[in-house]
Design a binder for this molecule. Structure first.
Ligand code: ADP
Ligand code: ADP
Length: 235
């Protein structure tokens, strides 16, 4: 069974708006590493918002079709139910942070999810270690670089042990070395925990190196879908 299953999904941000996504049919296997690419306005962020439940739970609009994550119909369950399965790192990383100190950012989600206290310390330590930011634990988030903030956001999500990670251009503001570091962290998480990684990214070289599958969106539709060597042969 695929961990993500979208059937005939369309979405418009308003009654009069054009479709941001049009008739998407998409199945993603658990444990895969999938890149989403396409020109500006293609519907990449909209797709991420549907997978993370922000659509329909935060944004109103016209949503058609059915999206299931780990068997849950995203329209039928609460945002919290979806968040237990899908961890998302959004484009606006500053807006996503809820705490001012790294450790508190890590604790927030764990406490919210009711993770038993004797497991919390272990989860925080393991996630900080996995992302290589143990030394940032007591730092003020406001004093961190863009790359460090991305790592904190990823560590905080990994600590929640999601089955799916959705990342919307996590490397957009990063230099090449930090961008590669993010992909390395994700690949290691995939290897160790079997988490499914879905990443929106512009850097074709990184996608080609790390992804098993590339989906190209164009004007709200899937224009290409295949292994990197198949997809990039067309561009
Ligand atoms: P923008 O003009 O908004 O930057 P682009 O058309 O340059 O958008 O596309 C954004 C990214 O998507 C680029 O890295 C480009 O290489 C990639 N891309 C666009 N179309 C394809 C395609 N058909 N196959 C593979 N990659 C594509
Ligand atoms: P991408 O991430 O590929 O750049 P988006 O999913 O952000 O594409 O956008 C797809 C379409 O939906 C675009 O036409 C965009 O203008 C529109 N759109 C995106 N977000 C909103 C929003 N919050 N309100 C209205 N229209 C939006």
């Amino acid at each position: 069974n695929p961990i993500i299953d979208m059937r005939d999904v369309s979405f418009a941000y308003g009654e009069q708006a054009d479709l941001a996504l049009a008739n998407i049919n998409l199945a993603i296997d658990e444990g895969s590493f999938v890149g989403i690419i396409g020109p500006s306005g293609a519907g990449k962020s909209t797709l991420a918002s549907i997978l993370s439940g922000a659509i329909p739970h935060h944004y109103s609009g016209s949503l058609y079709g059915e999206t299931r994550v780990a068997g849950l119909d995203t329209c039928e369950v609460t945002l919290t139910d979806i968040a237990r399965v899908v961890g998302s790192v959004l484009q606006d990383i500053d807006a996503q942070m809820v705490a001012s100190v790294v450790e508190d950012e890590m604790l927030f989600g764990l406490e919210n999810f009711g993770v038993p206290h004797d497991q919390i310390e272990e989860r925080v330590t393991a996630a900080l270690d996995a992302v290589g930011i143990t030394d940032l634990r007591d730092r003020e988030i406001a004093t961190l670089s863009g790359g460090q903030k991305q790592k904190v956001a990823i560590a905080a999500i990994l600590a929640l042990a999601p089955r799916v990670l959705v990342l919307d251009e996590p490397t957009a503001a990063l230099d090449p070395a930090s961008s590669r570091a993010v992909f390395e962290i994700l690949r290691e998480a995939q290897r160790l925990t079997g988490v499914t990684v879905i990443i929106i990214e512009q850097m074709v070289a990184l996608l080609a190196e790390y992804c098993e599958r590339i989906i190209v969106l164009d004007r709200g539709e899937i224009a290409l879908d295949g292994a990197p060597h198949e997809v990039f042969a067309h561009s």
